[in-house]
Design a protein around this ligand. Structure first.
Ligand code: NDP
Length: 433
């Protein structure tokens, strides 16, 4: 705490993982001897830098850029880039720390990292977004590379922003190094299915959890929070699997659409027009827009938080349970507070933590890196089948590990221990570094 003052979200992420590890430490005292826990919470490298840019009125603006290169024992640092005004070191470190375990859990050869800036893209023109991305990369380019650190998107960063960053990287380095970013456009080195992967993957994971209880998403009523990349692709895929998704949200409120969200309209409003969720309700007569309260007040079978950290608290969990929720899978990173997680577990609700349930995005990023390395392009169907296989493997690894360490059916314990073991063993094999 003294060394990392004020980094609340980082402490929360560390607590959540370390709380699962006591059975591992009992069985493997060598991890204590090698100082593994103390080494794991210290990022290998943290880069913090000035991002100067000029807005459309000619005013000079200064933001703070970050890249936290957390752990590369399993491969190059890999993790998204977040542009949001709330970004500070504590958020970057929580995301980077989670990413280390998530990436290990995918079974792919990737380490963990995260980056971003306290830049607010809302309301900024195309030119301002481009200049900001260029300035961000003008510093960061020297710290990344296909064998070093491979950024992707996250909140506020999609294909458009990756394009501007990749362009500036290519210009400075004079190299078309496709593998330095993932989430690229398909015509310049991106992978089919990458945009859909996180949202589709969380739905696959929820379905796999339900199947262990002899049910499925077919016919289920589902609430989803958010209306960005992850949420839209989760809504779309859940509806394809036969469920009725009745909510979507953004930071201004949420909509309830009892007939099921019209995915084309939502995509048009939020992705094409970059509008607000209330615009959706204005154009769809049966939908209601609610500015106060919480999306979790709506009775459902399955809840998929897909917006941001700490968006589902203990009270929300109690309400969801009272309303009959059977499964919760996290599309966002750390959307449920510790209190909410304990409440779900105590009530026997199936709970898929983000580092397992939303790992489809980074797993497909690793597939993008494979395609770039072999200068190959895979079909949508083949890549989607690989995503499904990955999600099944992750699900089964969580179940098997939880069982092995005496917590059958506990996906949180399973995910944390499975990820930890892989990273810890690699760290020991590579010496005290
Ligand atoms: P987007 O920027 O595409 O969408 C984010 C959505 O969440 C928007 O609807 C946004 O609303 C909402 N949101 C953000 N902050 C808040 C807030 N403080 N309160 C309420 N709503 C908020 O991001 P993504 O969909 O890519 O990311 C969503 C989550 O998924 C994040 O936690 C991210 O870390 C996680 N994730 C993303 C992956 C990916 O592949 N993109 C991979 C794995 C995890 P508004 O427009 O009003 O800000």
């Amino acid at each position: 705490l003294r060394r990392n003052p004020g980094e609340t979200e980082f402490f929360q992420a560390v607590d959540e993982i370390f709380a699962s590890l006591s059975p591992v430490m009992e069985r493997h005292p060598e991890y204590v001897e090698h100082g593994i826990l103390r080494r794991m919470v210290e990022p290998e490298r943290q880069i913090i830098f000035r991002v100067p840019w000029v807005d459309d009125k000619g005013v000079v603006k200064i933001n703070r850029g970050f890249r936290v290169q957390f752990n590369s024992a399993l491969g190059p640092y890999k993790g998204g880039t977040r542009f949001h005004p709330s970004v500070y070191l504590g958020i970057m470190k929580f995301l980077g720390f989670e990413q280390v375990f998530k990436n290990a859990l995918t079974g792919m050869p990737i380490g963990g990292g995260k980056g971003g800036a306290d830049f607010n893209p809302a309301g900024r023109s195309e030119g301002e977004i481009m200049r900001f991305c260029q300035s961000y990369i003008t510093e960061l380019y020297r710290h990344i590379g296909e064998h070093t650190d491979v950024p992707a998107g996250d909140i506020g960063v999609g294909t458009r922003e990756i394009g501007y960053m990749f362009g500036q990287y290519r210009r400075i380095t004079n190299r078309f190094e496709a593998g330095v970013f993932t989430g690229k456009g398909v015509s310049w080195g991106g992978s089919l299915v990458r945009p859909e992967a996180t949202g589709n993957g969380v739905v696959m994971f929820a379905n796999q959890m339900l199947k262990t209880q002899g049910t499925s998403l077919d016919g289920a009523t589902v609430t989803i929070s958010g209306s960005g990349n992850v949420a839209i692709n989760a809504i779309d895929y859940a509806q394809r699997l036969g469920s009725r998704v009745i909510t979507a949200s953004d930071s201004s409120g949420y909509v309830v659409d009892e007939q099921g969200i019209d995915i084309d309209l939502l995509h048009q409003v939020k992705t094409v027009e970059r509008g607000r969720i209330s615009d959706y309700a204005e154009r769809r007569s049966q939908a209601r827009f609610i500015a106060d309260g919480s999306v979790w007040d709506v009775p459902v079978d399955v809840a998929l938080p897909c917006a941001t950290q700490n968006e589902l608290n203990g009270d929300d969990a109690v309400t969801l349970i009272k309303n009959g929720v059977k499964a919760v899978a996290e599309g966002a990173n750390m959307p449920s507070t510790q209190n909410a997680i304990h409440t779900f577990r105590d009530a026997g609700v199936l709970f898929g933590p983000g580092k397992a349930a939303n790992a489809g995005g980074v797993a497909t990023s690793a597939l993008e890196m494979q395609q770039n390395a072999s200068r190959d392009t895979w079909s949508f169907d083949y890549t989607h089948a690989r995503l499904e296989e990955n999600m099944e493997d992750i699900h089964d690894r969580c179940i098997a590990t939880a069982e092995d360490f005496g917590h059958p059916g506990d996906y949180v314990t399973g995910a944390n221990i499975a990820g930890f073991l892989k990273v810890a063993d690699a760290m020991i094999a590579q010496g005290i570094i």
